[in-house]
Write a protein that binds this ligand. Sequence first.
Ligand SMILES: NC(=O)c1ccc[n+]([C@@H]2O[C@H](COP(=O)([O-])OP(=O)(O)OC[C@H]3O[C@@H](n4cnc5c(N)ncnc54)[C@H](OP(=O)(O)O)[C@@H]3O)[C@@H](O)[C@H]2O)c1
Length: 329
Amino acid sequence: MHAITIPEPGGPEALVWAEVPDPVPGEGEVLVDVVSSAVNRADVLQRQGFYNPPPGAPPYPGLECAGRVSALGPGVTGWAVGDEVCALLSGGGYAEKVAVPAGQLLPVPAGLDLTSAAALPEVTATVWSNVFMVAHLRPAETLLVHGGSSGIGTMAIQLAKAVGARVAVTAGGPEKLARCAELGADILIDYREQDFVEEIRKATDGAGADVILDIIGAKYLDRNVQALAVNGRLAIIGLQGGAKGELNLGALLNKRAAVTATSLRGRPLAEKAAIVAAVREHVWPLIAEGVVKPVVDRTVPMQDAAEGHRVMESSAHIGKVLLQPPTAA
Ligand SMILES: NC(=O)c1ccc[n+]([C@@H]2O[C@H](COP(=O)([O-])OP(=O)(O)OC[C@H]3O[C@@H](n4cnc5c(N)ncnc54)[C@H](OP(=O)(O)O)[C@@H]3O)[C@@H](O)[C@H]2O)c1
């Protein structure tokens, strides 16, 4: 098969479409013929040499895919050759075939085309596990989503609205904020022009956000704590603004608030399978009903993954950038 390889870390040109050995599904794994994959921020870090795949994962980038089951490894039940699926991966999505632990497979939601299903696994699993399983967002609470127009943000807005929460977003500029509003966001904050702490306080009668989903990390840590409500929960999932910051424990203590930080990729198989099962139970029906939709900015040929990375690094996109291998055409 062919896959995107990274012979030497570097810029987008480091991504090279090359012939590589076919993967063989091991015990409990399923082989998927990939119809589409998607670009995630983590893939950019992997390309630059800052985020190696966890042990046992394929060396190629790609944290999600959609496709058809083409073989079953020993001990797999519940899936059959020919099934149309999407999957959460630890790597290897930028390829014509990938072997996936069966617990990380999902059926394509009813009514959705197979290609678009690749936009779902990483964002649904990350948002569901953080906003709902860790931070326990409840109806009528306020969620602040940083980067509302990102792949993660566009899913977080829709899921929070679907459970009856109020949603505030930050994004860079009116066009991105307008798209967030179309997806249901109630409070729109242009982080280039406005102070999000001030804006969230104004919009909540001084109370602040009950839950914050943060992708910036250190640079926003202090202001995120300021923006939290009493009993607030700050869920950090990205470190785009650095990893080391100063945490005001006094402010946290007075608010009886919590700070968590999680990453999905390196978790044990059983934890990933539990998250995928929760996504199937809670998120899949919302997609089948059309309440929640994947937001796809564009699809580019997988051989031109470099172009997908350039788009993501320029932040020209809203939602997800998909990659399609030539074999999918
Ligand atoms: N922990 C996990 O398990 C996990 C899993 C998946 C993703 N993530 C993280 O989630 C983040 C989003 O991932 P993605 O794949 O959805 O990437 P993405 O679509 O490229 O999103 C990145 C976003 O960051 C926004 N941004 C940049 N500076 C900002 C600022 N100062 N304030 C608010 N927003 C800002 C950009 O929006 P503008 O153009 O508006 O600036 C862009 O929408 C990444 O940091 C990624 O590493 C974590």
